[in-house]
Design a binder for this molecule. Structure first.
Ligand SMILES: [Zn+2]
Length: 286
């Protein structure tokens, strides 16, 4: 069954139940750009099967960032080119094995498959920007600043007006802050809106969204970032440990304000306070 949806001329998205993940495929004259490779070799082979419904052309892969659910299927696509930002490659080399073990221990239902999936970082490494030539069309890939991680990239298909946002935008659930730089994320989403145009924005998880949705999510993240940034001086004066959990009352109030579960709010405030305290490294220069 063909579950791909053509959201613009030869630009396809396919949603998967696992993690409500959204994979992109951009078809050119000579090859197909596949955006992210899913969580395991098994899942990636399922994706490869599905891709036959889209095109028989050879593939080229882009990893939007290094989280396991976007990269652990990479090896199934070899020998094709896999593109990734330098930070994505660094993250996979430094943390890939540890993260894979962590996933295996916390998600027993995929543990065997995850551990059987090699850490196979991108071989086409770029700094900040790359242009992928698909024959009769191109896809522009850019790092717009830190946000969900320190190396998220977006992929823009200029002739179709589509932007693939990776996990900088998430639909159906709050964004994920485990590796985030919350104080930088709003400005990065501002950049994203500057380059997005009026076409669909495809999140890493969930249904494609429009500018208004992304702008509202920017507002939610900015709310949490400001709480952390403005709150830090008082928290410091009160002896708060910036590497400890955020104050429970702040979590409860913010979760109620945003209508989010407490988990992502806790992560956002925890990372935001640590960043405000200078514990997450210096801000990246644009
Ligand atoms: Zn992610």
């Amino acid at each position: 069954m063909n579950r791909w949806r053509e959201i613009a001329d030869r630009v396809f998205v396919r949603r998967f139940a696992f993690f409500d993940q959204t994979i992109g495929a951009v078809v050119g004259r000579d090859r197909v750009l596949v955006i992210d490779t899913r969580s395991t070799l098994v899942q990636a082979r399922e994706l490869l099967d599905d891709l036959r419904h889209v095109s028989a052309l050879p593939h080229v892969v882009l990893n939007t960032h290094a989280h396991f659910d976007h990269v652990l299927g990479n090896a199934a696509f070899r020998p094709c080119e896999i593109w990734g930002e330098a930070g994505c490659v660094r993250f996979m080399r430094d943390l890939g094995t540890a993260r894979r073990a962590e996933v295996a221990s916390t998600m027993p239902e995929i543990a065997v498959d995850v551990l059987a999936s090699p850490i196979d970082p991108p071989d086409r490494v770029f700094e900040r920007h790359a242009t992928l030539d698909l024959g009769d069309r191109r896809v522009d890939v850019s790092f717009l600043g830190r946000g969900h991680t320190d190396h998220d990239v977006v992929a823009i298909v200029p002739d179709a007006g589509v932007l693939f946002a990776g996990d900088l935008v998430e639909e159906g659930a709050p964004p994920s802050f485990g590796d985030a730089f919350p104080l930088d994320w709003p400005a990065t989403l501002g950049q994203l809106l500057d380059v997005a145009g009026d076409g669909p924005i495809v999140p890493g998880h969930g249904e494609p969204v429009d500018r208004d949705f992304a702008a509202a999510q920017l507002g939610d993240i900015a709310y949490l970032a400001e709480l952390a940034r403005r709150g830090w001086p008082d928290l410091r004066a009160a002896g708060h440990d910036p590497e400890g959990p955020p104050p429970a009352e702040l979590v409860v109030d913010s979760a109620a304000h945003l209508g989010w579960p407490s988990g992502p709010v806790r992560d956002a405030l925890s990372r935001g306070i640590a960043q405000a305290a200078g514990r997450l490294g210096v801000p990246a220069t644009p």
